[in-house]
Design a protein around this ligand. Sequence first.
Ligand code: URA
Length: 433
Amino acid sequence: MRMYDVIVKKRDGHELTKEEIEFFVEGYTKGEIPDYQASAFTMAIYFQSMTEKETAILTQAMVDSGEIIDLSGIEGHIVDKHSTGGVGDKVTFIVGPLVASAGIPVAKMSGRGLGHTGGTLDKLEAVPGLEIEMSKEDFIYNVNKHKLAVAGQTGNLAPADKKLYALRDVTGTVNSMPLIAGSIMSKKLASGADSIVLDVKTGSGAFMKTLEDSEALAREMVNIGNNLGRKTVAVISDMNQPLGFEVGNANEIKEAAEILQGKKVEDLRKLSLEIASHMTVLAGAFESYEEAYHTLEQNLENGKAFKAFRTFIEAQHGDVSVIDDLSKLPAAKHVIEVLAEENGYVTAIDAESIGVAAMYLGAGRATKEDRINHGVGITLNKKIGDSVTVGEPLVILHSDNKDAADSVEKVKEAYTISSEKVEAPSLIHKIIK
Ligand code: URA
């Protein structure tokens, strides 16, 4: 077989065979197929797309390119969640303890973030002492004992995707539905959970800007998961503004802990309960979604979910006194208010710009080598639908730099204020089973 012929076949819009797709994935991972042919191939996929069958074969081939984590040492039905990424998304820190509080094991392997705010691991490291590097044995022990552990991705998970994603990133081929679906699902399938709940974001701050595209991506991923033996559900949720009120590392841990302590931040609490409910139903803990939601809501009120969070922090050597007294979390040196310059209503908040403003403060990485500053971040004071008057703070920047002029500018750019009131966007658009 020649890679040239496979490229031309896809370029001309034909369906590829299993052998052809596997030939590409194996050859590219081993370095036998050069980047220039892989670039042409992914560009052909970008324009011609892939059938459901082709996407499933591509995903399985990427799973098989590396290690498949064996979590058979964990007792019970293991559930995982994955978000396609958004600003202020601290749902994992709420959902993990919530699901654990229902006795269902959550074994989460996560990555670090590049750009915008930090990733799950970076945010967790805002808790002094917390360790995310652990042996596979300790990981399994912690999940069995406490029903929740979060660790850095170890081993050689889906190396074909790692190589291909890096290439797509620099060749304008990230935004292809089958390639995104295959990329995300290959890592999820290789990391060993029995069931997966996907939080597919839609809107200005998401990969997929329209509900139609987000739904197509969600369906594609749900089909892949179900066809490859994992019960998979997708929740399509809104990313037309940051989620909750806090953006940053310590900021997001603080907000998540407050929700677990019973605070009612509407959007964040609802989405977390929604995702956790689907996870526990998939794991067989409850007969119905309604029963799951009701019980998990009670676990937020009665302290069980917060206890699970505290136990998890302690088990991973985090300083739990910081969780008991959130004012002890890392904090920035200065607080800067960005004030409204006109009267009216907030009609849009560009989530991506808020993410970039947080990154300028040091909450995220512009390059892989950058160090995260856990204490800096942004607190939103106004969200879509809120009224504002001149001089009121739109956001509060937590900054180590006294003026943070570039972040101030970026935040101002992010807000649209108009004279006509709009309703806040609805949070959960659709559930795909
Ligand atoms: N996240 C991934 O892991 N892969 C993609 O292709 C896009 C987002």
